[in-house]
Design a binder for this molecule. Structure first.
Ligand SMILES: O=C(O)c1ccccc1N[C@@H]1O[C@H](COP(=O)(O)O)[C@@H](O)[C@H]1O
Length: 214
């Protein structure tokens, strides 16, 4: 069976990037969204990603980004994927993929089974679907709030693209999440923090150990 892929998201310091690499995370995520406590500028992202070996994926997390923002990030030459975490429709995802030549992940906010079905519209437009919990109306952030959705909604869903699970994962629930959903990738941000935006080396290690045992 292929190993479970692990994405540690919202990294913003060399120490925690190092911890994620030592813990064998397969994907590192960098948030570029000024409202987020995890926001990193393009130069910071480039510096953080510099020591990361090429087999470890580097994913930028964005919310309804303009082409100008995307051009600045693409110019770092550091990224292997763009995670669109806003309201980008399939046409926008496809246009971004075409223009920047970087694989596109689309985050889908899930509350009901219909949300999971809606992801099918991204076949041919995006490369990967990330199912995340829907944040309450009026929230400051569309993700990274430690909220989970009903994982049983993914039972028998057979998504039309490669996919992963995020939203409210932590060291104590990751095994159950993978058992219920069969997710090939798990993505975590606030579950490996000691406070919003402050990643914990110990929590990163513990989460990766637990996920690797799945
Ligand atoms: O983490 C953020 O600040 C963030 C901001 C804007 C969009 C997405 C964001 N985070 C993503 O949300 C999911 C779930 O996070 P959590 O584990 O529930 O805290 C994850 O993919 C983050 O990349």
């Amino acid at each position: 069976m292929p190993r479970l892929a692990i994405k540690i998201c919202g990294l913003s310091t060399p120490e925690t990037v190092g911890a994620a690499m030592r813990a064998d995370a397969t994907h590192l995520g960098f948030v570029h969204f000024p409202k987020s406590p995890r926001h990193v500028e393009a130069d910071q992202l480039r510096a953080l990603a510099a020591p990361v070996p090429s087999h470890v994926e580097r994913v930028a997390v964005l919310v309804d980004p303009t082409d100008e923002i995307l051009a600045g990030l693409a110019a770092t030459g550091s990224l292997t994927a763009l995670q669109l975490h806003g309201r980008e429709p399939p046409e926008r995802a496809a246009a971004i993929r075409r223009r920047f030549g970087i694989p596109v992940w689309k985050a889908i906010s899930v509350k009901t089974r219909a949300d999971i079905e809606a992801a099918r519209a991204y076949a041919g437009a995006a490369d990967f679907i990330l199912f995340d919990a829907r944040t309450p109306h009026g929230s400051a952030l569309p993700g990274g709030m430690g909220l989970r959705f009903d994982w049983t909604l993914l039972r028998g869903a057979a998504p039309s693209l490669p996919w992963g699970l995020s939203g409210g994962l932590d060291v104590d629930n990751v095994a159950e999440a993978v058992r219920i959903t069969g997710a090939p990738l798990v993505d975590i941000s606030s579950g490996v923090e000691s406070a919003p935006g402050i990643k914990s080396v110990d929590k990163i290690m513990a989460f990766c150990n637990a996920a690797s045992a799945c």
